[in-house]
Write a protein that binds this ligand. Structure first.
Ligand SMILES: Cc1ncc(COP(=O)(O)O)c(C=O)c1O
Length: 509
């Protein structure tokens, strides 16, 4: 046996990190993990749609499949393994109590088409969660069905569009600050609006003067992320609200970063008309960008009638669902339906479990600790890295790449070296308003010891970069199952599907 050229081991494994072929490469005809009787001959009505050949799945035993997925999971990084400093994504601990409650048979086994009389408890749970969300935000209404933050944005902008159409005043432009999350301009464009960017000022906030020059009678509204993606509180909100309301537009707030202010600021008091909440970021449900997440949208009185169907109401015989835009409970103005059924029940259970187990004081403490932890990192790293903006931050801290000037090390190289140290990289090159951004969000559940270990590694890496050891960074990561990939080739020519290798001797095209 000769050693593997990459690992130097005879097996190709790295200690307990095991290498193996893809499942398709392990295929053995006729091997199976189950022993089923021959199906009886049945008459079906599939006609020409009936499958003619084999389904094309690999033949595998159960232990092979179990080992494969267990090995894959060990190659992954997770919040359950260590600090996950990915800024803007809030990789928050998912309390096990939430999981336990979501798996209770009366909640986990619900079917969305059950008769209402059999799901009164579930409807009450949705209604109670809605009450918590309205109370925490100081807003009068909430649409519960959106399945993610970005889906909530779609819901919000469609609500604004419906309200404008209803008053016979369709408008063309939506203003989006440069410090907003990327999904904001994407949503506005998807809803048919012309997106106009507003620059950030030297303090990383919306440039008020530039904002005011963009206002006009065809502006449907502004979508502003607060706290913004620079990790800073937009403290001109009242003035922004007044200005946008003054021209008849709406103030959309991307409330994904509500985890920094929950229990301290009520968005309703800031003149906000509409705001989505990412339950995974603020209320600890598992991360589900695009779903199966949950992104309820709180709405002002002016927008509430246009909220999508269905929604829960208190009827004469208990809780009821308004499924159609007519009859009891309907407003006659709902813009339609965003998704099938009522929202992500599993996420609702988890979020409410988090809220009720923390209580109002606990939620307030969580936002305080999140901000404290981020500022601890800022204070600990400000002499070694380069903070992008002066002053304290909110729940995440933003550095630019000035500390790497003339080192030959780029933000990407620095992040790759962090992987070898056992950390998932921070968010890189976002937000775009600063050069070579490194956005770090520790979240509230990291202990001081955990933050200190991270700080020590970050300082040591910064010192190594400044000492002229660029080659070390260019080679990173060294200790991962795969080394650095050609990211351009991966983006331009993604290989998304396994295909059998060409038989020997047959030339590739
Ligand atoms: C500020 C902000 N807005 C919007 C989103 C989009 O949310 P989602 O990934 O749930 O679609 C995120 C994602 O975390 C975010 O951080």
């Amino acid at each position: 046996m000769v050693p593997d050229p990459v690992t130097g081991t005879f097996s190709g494994h790295r200690g307990l990190q095991l290498e193996e072929p893809l499942l398709f490469e392990q295929d053995a005809a006729g091997r199976t993990g189950v022993d089923l009787p021959e199906p009886p001959a049945v008459q079906d009505r599939l006609g020409a749609l009936r499958r003619r050949g084999p389904i094309g799945l690999p033949g595998l035993s159960e232990p092979q499949v179990v080992r494969h997925y267990t090995r894959l999971s060990q190659k992954n990084y997770a919040i359950d393994m260590g600090l996950y400093p990915l800024g803007s994504c809030t990789m928050k601990h998912n309390p096990r109590l939430n999981e336990k409650l979501a798996r209770l048979p009366g909640l986990g086994d619900l079917h969305p088409m059950q008769p209402l009389g059999t799901v009164q408890g579930a409807l009450e749970l949705i209604d109670t969660l809605a009450t918590w969300l309205k109370t925490l935000t100081g807003m009068p209404a909430v649409a519960m069905s959106p399945a993610a933050g970005a889906h909530g944005e779609l819901c919000g902008v469609m609500t604004i569009r419906a309200a404008l159409a209803d008053r016979g005043d369709p408008r063309r432009r939506i203003l989006v600050p440069e410090s907003a999350h990327g999904t904001n301009p994407a949503t506005a464009a998807a809803c048919g609006y012309i997106v106009e960017a507003i620059p950030a000022n030297a303090r990383g906030r919306v440039d008020l003067a530039a904002f005011k020059t963009k206002l006009g009678g065809d502006v449907a509204g502004i979508m502003i992320t607060n706290p913004n993606t620079c990790g800073l509180f937009e403290n001109d909100m009242l003035e922004i609200a007044e200005a946008v309301h003054g021209i008849g537009g709406f103030l959309y707030c991307d409330g994904a970063n509500f985890n920094a202010i929950v229990g301290r600021v009520r968005p309703g008091d800031l003149g906000i008309d509409c705001m989505h909440l990412n339950l995974h970021k603020t209320f600890s449900t598992p991360h589900g960008g695009g779903g199966p997440g949950s992104g309820p949208v709180v709405l002002s009185q002016a927008l509430a009638p246009y909220a999508p169907l269905p929604f829960v109401v208190h009827g004469p015989d208990g809780f009821a669902l308004v499924e159609h835009d007519r009859g009891a409970g309907a407003t006659g103005k709902a813009f339609g339906r965003l998704k099938s059924f009522h929202g992500q029940m599993g996420m609702f259970v988890r979020a409410l479990a988090y809220m009720m187990s923390h209580g109002a004081d606990g939620l307030r403490q969580a936002s305080g600790d999140a901000v404290l932890n981020a500022n601890y990192l800022l204070a600990s790293l400000q002499d070694d890295l380069s903070p992008a903006f002066p002053g304290p931050c909110m729940h995440e801290v933003l550095f630019d790449d000035e500390f790497l000037t003339d080192t030959g090390v780029a933000t990407l190289d620095f992040a790759k070296a962090l992987i070898d140290e056992g950390y998932h990289p921070m968010t890189m090159y976002f937000p775009l308003v600063v050069h070579g951004a490194l956005l770090v969000e520790p979240t509230e559940s990291e202990s001081k010891d955990s933050l200190d270990r991270f700080v020590a590694v970050m300082r040591a890496l910064a010192a190594r970069a400044k000492s002229g050891d660029a080659a070390y960074f260019h080679e990173a990561p060294r200790l991962t199952p795969r080394r650095r990939l050609d990211e351009t080739a991966a983006a331009r020519h993604p290989v998304l599907r396994w295909r059998p290798p060409e038989p020997m001797g047959e030339a590739a095209e």
